[in-house]
Design a protein around this ligand. Structure first.
Ligand code: 6PG
Length: 240
């Protein structure tokens, strides 16, 4: 696990975009895929990433998690990634399905099937290439929230669950799917995340969701800014 610290949010976004572009082009001529994080932190990264001459026609973009809202809704991650990235590049975006008469559980099931149409599988396990993840101030990542049963799902790659503190259904990649990823990149910015980041990377209590995801993945990179790293005291930090 590597932790790179950038001076501020703009330099973090620029560095993250360059890093993701490099990963996307590292797979040569074969198709590759990138799971996009929701929330607000990655907006600037996506806006920078879309300027890179990536061979986008080989790229499948998908969502690591989604809120159960129509794609045009202000809270939709699909809408956010379309506006900041997917509408600007010739990559193939795979939104989580949403229909009037479709329920979130069935939508998650359908999405798992959709993922299987373009993700590699190794020994029967879907294997994402690159997954970008955020960190909530409670230590959640994707839509894996502390204390929720979705954290312990081992027989599905993508599930739906109702999040009481959000009063909303969320759909999310599971720990099983995230652990299978070849590259996990966490993107964390701002002083508001400093306590959660310190707890995730240095806490002695029960591991928060982001730690459970990070522990057990093959290649984990934390890209953070100085404000988010302010409470780290025992982690080896690299300043590129
Ligand atoms: C979502 C995200 C979620 C997000 C964190 C951080 O759908 O909201 O996938 O995991 O990454 O909540 O959100 P911010 O970047 O807005 O702080």
């Amino acid at each position: 696990m590597r932790v790179l610290v950038l001076p501020d949010a703009p330099s973090l976004a620029a560095f993250a975009a360059e890093h993701l572009a490099g990963l996307l082009d590292a797979t040569g001529a074969k198709r590759t895929n990138l799971a996009l994080s929701g929330g607000s932190t990655p907006h600037a990264t996506y806006e920078a990433l879309r300027t890179y001459p990536v061979r986008w026609k080989r790229v499948d973009l998908w969502l690591g998690d989604e809120r159960w809202v129509p794609h045009h809704h202000d809270d939709s991650n699909t809408r956010m990634v379309q506006e900041t990235l997917a509408e600007h590049v010739p990559a193939r975006l795979h939104p989580v399905p949403w229909e009037e008469n479709l329920g979130p559980v069935e939508a998650a099931h359908r999405y798992s099937t959709m993922l299987a149409s373009f993700l590699d599988a190794v020994d029967g396990q879907l294997t994402p290439e690159i997954v970008l993840l955020g960190l909530g101030d409670d230590g959640h990542t994707a839509s894996l929230f502390p204390g929720t049963p979705a954290l312990d799902v081992t027989d599905h790659d993508f599930v739906a669950h109702f999040i009481h503190e959000k009063d909303r259904w969320r759909l999310t990649a599971t720990v099983r799917l995230l652990h299978a990823a070849r590259h996990l990149v966490f993107l964390v910015a701002g002083a508001g995340k400093a306590a959660a980041l310190a707890d995730v990377l240095e806490g002695n209590g029960p591991p928060l969701p982001a730690r459970r995801v990070a522990d057990g993945a093959a290649d984990v990179l934390w890209l953070v800014d100085e404000a988010a790293a302010a409470q780290l005291t025992a982690t080896s930090l690299t300043r590129p």
